[in-house]
Ligand binder design. Structure first.
Ligand SMILES: Cc1cc2nc3c(=O)[nH]c(=O)nc-3n(C[C@H](O)[C@H](O)[C@H](O)COP(=O)(O)OP(=O)(O)OC[C@H]3O[C@@H](n4cnc5c(N)ncnc54)[C@H](O)[C@@H]3O)c2cc1C
Length: 739
């Protein structure tokens, strides 16, 4: 490998004499660099950008969303023509640079345009990799890289029915989801035995596949394509095992190749891409490379966050600002399919790693696996609940120890809701939330407060956070919510009653109460109502909802079906023994160390009976219950949502406590002389809560809203209590009397 020439010094242009800066490629990395330069030194350069696409700079990441119907072309433009004009940038679109003369310092385009430069940035990105398969040049074979590819898919979908996507990675699945949205039948062909095999492990991939099958996607795994069939137009695929598949269009999504022909021809040092140092300098003076076409310390990146970091380092260097240089990135990825949350960071299967957390929650259908190497957090995969993604990226990046991970997990599990608010509350102010755009929690919180922002979209408009890959969207949403809970200055970690009057999420204008009452009517007229159908009928903005509304609607339908005595729509998981988190009942027993064995044993037995009988029952929030055999109102019971306490006259049932600041003490619901009646009272209380609370509403909030008197009236009415107990007994796996 030749050494990179760093012997020359950068001459920084004076305010009077602007340096001629030319950028080849009007894409994400090149223009990010220009944006940074404009911030640092607006008068230092005369800038020309030449791009071969027709449009001004747009967010390529959002092509997936556009194809899935979630965005229009206008929504994905990052900088429109007026931005270039405003900053005095010459923009040449629709022309391809075909030659760089490093001696004359000129470039030449297909249209014959010639420009000189003093500094040149090559930011030509990548192209889709098209393998040398017979039939790849047939009509109907499309890649997925730019706006034209999207337009072609839309056009074909109006004429044809059957689509095959080759490649079960991020891009392939997003393309497939887009084609489904366009009304096509879609089969994803993948050459390994499970999807997204670079990012996921088999359990996560299995859950992903099931979710996508639920949306109508079909799969052909472990399949090697031999040729694409057809005379002029695609008609199908033939696999190496001799089997075939019919297709009208084939989308190739099996990888990318850096666009480096120009650089190679002008003699730059090449590896897999253009070799650069920590300041993005190539082997030729005055020529730089940034983005997917650059190779830094042997690595080429295909994700936006690293490229933006490169762009920043290059801009600082060009402007003569102090910068430590680009040191490499921790790549992470998030699938952008509505209703499917998958996140991964690092390499799960790297030799020498060990799994430190592996949790599967069959009720919430979430999965988490985190690995460590030499005692530090190394990689993670999250399915279903990706809230912790941003924090985990930070941990992998900072080589956080496993004990820090344990603290984060405990903090999250220690709440009465899904933990998102406590997670954002526990994030340090300086922690980066949006790695793509380098936006910290502090910036977001300050912006929300300053402008009284009410939604993630508003935060995006002000800060760009969540505007690129969207991986931090749930965190931004949680921050908006958090900022409005006592202005986020306590650890109070749940939606306030005031917020419950706000729309359930950004997919709808309906509040929880509106959704409940409208769903009730829908369920009455359609006992087979599914979540997606409900969203369509309630006028949802997104056909599959988001991470906030999806579980809420699933929960409401489940409860409504339960009330109507209908079969469950969502069966309790067969893997219940693996469920270690989620909106379930978590029971513990509490006794003094010195307590006589019999009483402590009675407490443990009661706790285990409760656990066993409620196993697999879903709640609006996680509910901690405690059985306390010490005759003393100690804190452990009084700050839990529900509990039983031994007293001289029998057993007392308490409800509605929590330990978030300010602490809320549980209130006495009733007293029963014996164990069986006490258990029934507690069960009836839990069931009343399930039937009358809103999703994500803690028991303490519910009790405040409904009123202790109402709750007591209902539970002390023996007929009503029996009916509540009966309704849950019919639902549980193990009825109370069998425990
Ligand atoms: C559908 C899709 C979804 C994605 N989703 C994600 C995601 O969720 N998260 C994530 O981090 N990343 C995602 N990516 C990847 C991300 O978009 C890229 O990493 C990023 O756009 C690369 O930026 P770049 O500037 O290096 O290249 P580009 O954005 O491709 O820009 C390069 C530009 O240079 C032009 N060009 C090339 N050669 C020449 C030439 N000779 N003359 C003139 N112009 C030229 C190209 O046409 C292009 O416009 C996605 C990509 C796609 C296609």
């Amino acid at each position: 490998m030749r050494a990179i020439n760093t012997s020359w010094e950068l001459e920084v242009g004076s305010a009077m004499e602007r340096t001629r800066l030319l950028i080849i490629g009007n894409g994400m990395a090149g223009i990010k660099c220009v944006e940074e330069i404009i911030q640092l030194a607006p008068d230092q350069f005369d800038i020309t950008v030449i791009g071969d696409e027709q449009q001004p700079n747009y967010n390529r990441i959002m092509l997936s969303k556009m194809l899935q119907g979630g965005a229009e072309l206008n929504d994905i433009i990052l900088n429109d023509y007026s931005w270039y004009a405003e900053h005095g940038i010459e923009l040449i679109t629709g022309e391809r640079v075909i030659d760089i003369d490093p001696h004359a310092r000129t470039v030449l385009t297909t249209a014959g345009t010639c420009r000189t430069y003093e500094r040149l940035i090559i930011a030509t990105g990548s192209s889709s990799f098209i393998p040398a398969l017979p039939g790849v040049d047939l009509e109907g074979v499309i890649s997925f890289r730019n706006i034209e590819d999207c337009s072609r898919m839309v056009e074909y979908s109006q004429r044809y029915k059957k689509a095959v996507v080759i490649g079960g990675g991020l891009l392939g699945l997003e393309a497939a989801r887009g084609l489904l949205h366009l009304g096509m039948e879609v089969v994803v062909v993948h050459n390994t035995s499970y999807l997204m095999n670079r990012q996921l492990d088999e359990p996560a991939a299995g859950m992903l596949q099931a979710k996508l099958e639920g949306q109508g996607m079909l799969f052909r795994l472990s399949a090697d394509t031999k040729r694409i069939k057809g005379k002029k137009q695609v008609t199908g695929l033939e696999f190496t095992d001799g089997t075939e598949l019919k297709a009208d269009i084939v989308v190739m999504a099996i990888g990318i190749r850096p666009n480096v022909a120009l650089a190679k021809n002008c003699g730059l040092q090449m590896g897999r891409a253009i070799v650069v140092d920590d300041y993005m300098r190539t082997s030729q003076p005055h020529i730089y490379a940034v983005g997917e076409c650059a190779e830094h310390r042997g690595i080429t990146y295909g994700l936006v966050a690293p490229l933006y970091e490169q762009a920043k380092a290059l801009a600082a260097h060009l402007c003569g600002h102090e910068h430590e240089g680009y040191r490499g990135s921790i790549p992470y990825s998030k699938l952008k399919i509505s209703g499917v949350d998958v996140f991964s960071v690092g390499n799960l299967s790297e030799p020498g790693t060990e799994t430190v957390i592996q949790q599967y929650d069959g009720i919430r259908r979430t999965y988490k696996r985190i690995t460590a190497k030499n005692g530090v957090v190394h990689s993670a995969v999250l399915f279903g609940d990706t809230m912790e993604g941003t924090t985990l990226v930070g941990m992998v990046r900072s080589s956080a120890s496993v004990s820090e991970l344990a603290a984060m997990t405990a903090a999250r599990a220690d709440t009465g809701n899904d933990g998102s608010l406590s997670l954002v509350a526990s994030m340090p102010d300086q922690e980066t939330v949006c790695a793509c755009n380098a936006v910290s929690k502090r910036t977001i919180m300050n912006t929300i407060r300053e402008h009284n922002l009410q939604s993630a979209e508003e935060v995006r408009a002000h800060t760009k956070a969540s505007g690129s890959c969207g991986g931090c969207l749930n965190i931004v949403k949680a921050l908006v919510q958090y900022a409005h809970t006592d202005m986020g200055n306590t650890s109070q970690a749940a939606a306030s009653p005031v917020q419950r009057k706000a729309p359930l999420c950004e997919c709808t204008d309906l509040t929880h109460a509106d959704v409940c009452s409208q769903l009730r009517e829908l369920c009455e007229s359609d006992p087979g109502l599914t979540t997606v159908a409900a969203m369509a009928r309630l006028g949802w903005r997104s056909s599959t909802g988001c991470g906030l509304c999806m579980p809420a609607i699933e929960y409401y339908i489940d409860i409504l079906h339960e009330k109507q005595g209908l079969q469950q729509t969502h069966k309790v998981s067969d893997h219940q023994d693996l469920a270690t988190s989620g909106n379930s009942l978590y029971v513990m027993s509490h006794s003094a160390d010195a307590m006589s064995g019999a009483l402590a044993e009675q407490g443990r037995r009661l706790a285990s009976r409760l656990s066993e009988s409620w196993s697999g029952i879903v709640f609006p929030t996680r509910v901690n219950a405690v059985v306390n055999t010490i005759n003393d109102p100690i804190l452990v019971l009084h700050v839990q949502p529900i509990g039983l306490m031994r007293s001289p006259i029998g057993w007392e049932v308490y409800a509605g406590g929590h330990s978030h600041s300010p602490i809320c003490e549980a209130q006495l619901v009733g007293v029963e002389e014996d164990e069986e009646h006490a258990l029934q009272l507690l069960m009836a209380c839990l069931q009343l809560y399930r039937h009358t609370s809103e999703y994500d509403e803690r028991m303490s909030e519910w009790l405040d809203r409904i009123g202790l008197t109402t709750v007591r009236e209902q539970l002390l009415d023996l007929e009503q209590r029996a009916s509540l107990v009966d309704s849950i007994q019919r639902r549980v796996r193990v009825p109370l009397e069998q425990t």
